[in-house]
Design a protein around this ligand. Structure first.
Ligand code: SF4
Length: 303
């Protein structure tokens, strides 16, 4: 039996589902029951009533959110090394420190944070709903973290004052994109449109016809009449984009924009995770209750 058949067999035996982030390796996306962005996956996990095990093919903070939202299920992260560096940039101490300076400012945290940080925020957001979440708050000054670029983008869109926390949080993968690369590609494909993730720099965002999360990029790619699309996000998304739009051509703006943390998950590791039921993601209940509240408040915001 080959590895894919072995994984399928184990999935049935153990009543497991595999959820894979848009940035996963193509072969991991292809064996997943569902592929999406971080919050689409957490929601999906909540809807999988019959599942007893969720294999979360992604990085630490995403598996944590799934565990927080699905306390009755066993959530597995196939590689303990799959840790998002941006999520590690924000500490609870930093949040407490800024709250002293801005006692009336609500704290909005991007889902790319650890559960321990989420427990200290008022509400979470994703890159898909950050503008709506910030607009939903009855405050003009808001503490926002950890991504500085997303914070600047949301401030531009809402006109509110966003205090970044930490001062320079960033995604090392999205920071690799530079506008010069788009200029060169536009010469090669003059009719192409450009779509860019809000974690990219302002200069990169200024090259874009469309700025949005991976889920919004998928929708834009389906709806745009353009046949060639230059993509400013992690290269794993191109697999899904090409699968969903075989008649269109997708080109990544910078070919080495690979998140090494996402790519730690191989088919072998997914198989081992399912077989040995490792590594179980456990969040202490006192943290989980607060983090769940922040995530649930986000789900109540219409976007
Ligand atoms: S792409 Fe960036 S934000 Fe996403 S997991 Fe990798 S380092 Fe973290």
């Amino acid at each position: 039996m080959n590895l894919i058949d072995e994984i399928e067999k184990l999935k049935k035996e153990k009543r497991a589902v595999i959820l894979a982030h848009n940035y996963q390796r193509a072969e991991v996306q292809d064996i997943a029951d569902y592929v999406g962005d971080s919050i689409e996956l957490s929601r999906k996990a909540m809807l999988e009533q019959d599942a007893e095990i969720i294999v979360f093919a992604a990085v630490d903070f995403m598996a944590e959110s799934a565990a927080v939202l699905n306390p009755e299920k066993k959530v597995l992260l196939p590689s303990l090394g799959a840790r998002c560096p941006m999520a590690q940039m924000l500490t609870v101490d930093e949040i407490k420190r800024l709250k002293v300076h801005y006692p009336d400012a609500p704290v909005v945290l991007y889902v790319n944070t650890l559960a321990s940080s989420k427990a200290y925020c008022d509400i979470c957001c994703t890159s898909a709903n950050a503008v709506e979440v910030v607009n939903s708050l009855d405050a003009d000054t808001i503490i926002f973290g950890p991504d500085r670029n997303l914070s600047e983008y949301v401030a531009e869109q809402t006109g509110k004052t966003l205090i970044p926390i930490p001062e320079w949080g960033f995604c090392p993968t999205h920071l690799l994109f530079q506008p010069e690369d788009v200029t060169v590609l536009k010469q090669k494909y003059p009719d192409a449109v450009v779509m860019v993730h809000p974690e990219c720099s302002k200069e990169m965002r200024q090259t874009a016809d469309f700025i949005g999360s991976t889920s919004k990029m998928c929708r834009y790619a389906r709806e745009t009449p353009a046949k060639t699309i230059i993509v400013g996000t992690e290269e794993g998304l191109l697999h899904r984009l090409q699968k969903e739009n075989p008649e269109k051509q997708f080109t990544i703006a910078y070919s080495d924009a690979v998140c090494p943390n996402m790519k730690l998950l191989t088919l072998d590791r997914v198989y081992a995770s399912l077989k040995e039921e490792k590594h179980v993601v456990k969040i202490p209940e006192q943290i989980a209750i607060k983090a769940r509240g922040a995530l649930e408040r986000m789900f109540q915001v219409k976007s």
